[in-house]
Design a protein around this ligand. Structure first.
Ligand code: ADP
Ligand code: 5GP
Length: 200
């Protein structure tokens, strides 16, 4: 794997989508993986842009064909990372961001120990609830289920390499830039370049 893999997780409504989208708008050379899901599209979703919206049968067939790098069930729906585009970008030396929940992230960690794991945090649980309600894309029952799920994700935060506070979108994007830039400068990721260029 020649490029770098960044995995972004965090509770629903924290602003992962908002921050990752703003980041790749500024850095279009970085590939933000488009997941497949069986959940229904919501306002703002576009098939093939935010997700590939497929049914359960199609999802199971994808699993059987080993088409996903990882997959998980989240609040009753399947979500999975299509393997081919991610591996293609990494092999070509490109950087890739996966915005996925923590079961999938832990699976990625066992297969790609060199990947970088970033947990997006809200300033408080009250603010998280305000954002989920303010987004107005789920029923009150679905929002409650996502808040319960969020509480079960926080203990996993400690397994990530970085906490990305999303108190303000512009500040969070700056922090993500700082993390990605620093990780790309990390010496173990650059040994091959030094060997090839200067130690022939
Ligand atoms: P996620 O992808 O983590 O589920 P979204 O990106 O959909 O979350 O964001 C949830 C809601 O919170 C959206 O309405 C978004 O505009 C809003 N939001 C995101 N980041 C912030 C922030 N820093 N401050 C206030 N609102 C935010
Ligand atoms: P949402 O329904 O809000 O778009 O996403 C719900 C959760 O699924 C979020 O935590 C999101 O990060 C996660 N998710 C999105 N795509 C994938 C994926 O391909 N794999 C996994 N494991 N989780 C995903």
């Amino acid at each position: 794997m020649k490029g770098n893999l960044f995995v972004v997780s965090g509770p629903s409504g924290v602003g992962k989508g908002t921050v990752c989208k703003a980041y790749v708008e500024k850095h279009p050379e970085v590939y933000l993986s488009i997941s497949a899901t069986t959940r229904n599209p919501r306002a703002g979703d576009a098939d093939g842009v935010t997700y590939y919206f497929i049914n359960e049968e199609q999802f199971r067939s994808g699993i059987a064909k080993d088409a996903f790098l990882e997959h998980a069930v989240y609040c009753g729906n399947y979500y999975g990372t299509p393997k081919e585009p991610v591996m293609k970008h990494l092999e070509a030396g490109g950087d890739v961001i996966l915005e996925i929940e923590s079961d999938g992230a832990m699976h990625i960690r066992s297969h790609f120990p060199e990947a970088v794991f970033i947990f997006v945090c809200p300033p408080s649980l009250e603010e998280l609830k305000r954002r989920l309600e303010g987004r107005d894309t789920e029923t009150p029952e679905e929002i409650q289920a996502r808040l319960e799920k969020a509480k079960s994700e926080f203990p996993r935060a400690k397994k990530y390499n970085y906490m990305l506070m999303n108190d303000d979108v512009a500040a969070a994007v700056r922090r993500l830039e700082a993390i990605i830039d620093a990780e790309k400068c990390y010496m173990p990721r650059n040994i091959e370049f030094i060997n090839k260029e200067f130690l022939k």
